[in-house]
Design a protein. Structure first.
Length: 351
């Protein structure tokens, strides 16, 4: 059995980790860390775990945790793991960090966008960006995985094959994404109160959202050069889900024509046809958040706008599963040589 510890177990992503790992046949949860609920029964914080999880919340003492766990999940705010990480910890346990501390390879960009000083940049080089469908082989060898964010997972996977194959101009990419309120975390914030969110939709982080450089960096690897994208997130009054609608200019064929739908579909099939957790929808069927809720799936499809010479790509996922905890478990499975889908055979909840 793999012994797992979770720091930040009482946040939404942490709670989803608990839910998934509880049903994982190869994992024993050894540590439920939560600075806010030390010594309280976990099931008193999340009553859905009554008679399922018997343990109490512990503190965030990683030095003690790594002595008891094979893998440590940190579902914590930006800066936490970077402030405590030590070389000796990585010799004792594998780490999967759900924050952005090790996602960006340039610490200056991290500090610019997150407005905090990176306290352990020496670990950035060896950290693997845990987007399994793209970096699977690197994840298998990793001791430290930077679990991608929810917006970024959806945004990157939706456009990646077409950028990789040079079918779209990456610098024309516009990502218009919507998220449910759980993406903002469980902390009490006025902007997330029911009366603020209900019957409302709003854009935020306009031209300044901190996931922008992450999207640019990863899609830049696909393009083979630095790229610039426009990313605008929106908050919508639902609990879970992300829908990304992405627009880009198609690159013409040598004869001056645009790639047709069959060509675009073949490229998506080339990259994702064998992927367990990416579902390429049938022609004319476009992703909806309800179809992936509670699951580790990403639904993707596209539509060519012949009038403008652009393509519209759409992707949907559950921000707490494939966008956070589910992807973290998928990474863990790869790191420990397990079947990649173990513990993640989660049928989407509908309605």
């Amino acid at each position: 059995m793999i012994k797992a510890g979770i720091i930040g177990a009482t946040g939404y992503a942490g709670a989803e980790l608990v839910r998934i790992l509880w049903g994982h046949k190869d994992v024993e949860i050894k540590w439920l860390g939560s600075r806010s609920y030390i010594d309280q029964k976990y099931a008193s914080v999340y009553q859905n775990m009554f008679e399922l999880i018997e343990g109490e919340c512990l503190d965030d003492n990683i030095g003690e945790l790594v002595k008891q766990a094979d893998v440590v999940f940190t579902a914590t705010p930006q800066g936490f793991l970077a402030s405590v990480m030590k070389e000796e910890y990585l010799k004792q346990a594998k780490f999967i960090d759900l924050s952005a501390d090790y996602r960006l390879k340039d610490k200056n960009i991290y500090e610019q966008w997150y407005n905090i000083k990176h306290q352990s940049p020496q670990f950035i080089k060896d950290a693997v960006y845990g987007l399994c469908e793209i970096n699977r082989e690197q994840v298998k060898q990793a001791d430290l995985v930077a679990n991608p964010g929810c917006y970024t997972t959806c945004s990157i996977l939706t456009a990646y094959p077409l950028i990789k194959e040079g079918l779209i101009d990456a610098d024309t990419l516009i990502v218009d994404a919507k998220s449910g309120t759980s993406g903002a975390g469980r902390g009490a914030k006025v902007n997330n109160l029911y009366c603020e969110v209900n019957e409302n939709m709003k854009a935020y982080g306009i031209a300044s959202h901190r996931h922008t450089p992450e999207i640019e960096e990863q899609l830049g690897y696909a393009a083979g050069r630095k790229i610039t994208v426009s990313f605008t997130p929106h908050l919508v009054p639902m609990n879970r889900g992300i829908l990304a609608t992405e627009y880009a200019s198609l690159i013409k064929n040598p004869d001056g024509s645009y790639p047709d739908a069959a060509k675009i579909r073949s490229v998506y099939e080339k990259y994702y046809g064998g992927e367990k957790f990416i579902r390429l929808l049938e022609q004319g069927v476009f992703p909806e958040t309800k179809w992936v809720e509670g699951s580790n799936y990403v639904d993707i499809n596209f539509k060519i706008d012949e009038r403008t010479g652009r393509i519209i790509m759409l992707g949907a996922l559950d921000n707490l599963v494939k966008g956070a905890a589910g992807q973290a478990v998928q990474n863990m499975n790869l790191m420990f040589g397990l079947a990649e889908s173990e513990g993640l055979e989660l049928v989407p909840v509908f309605p």
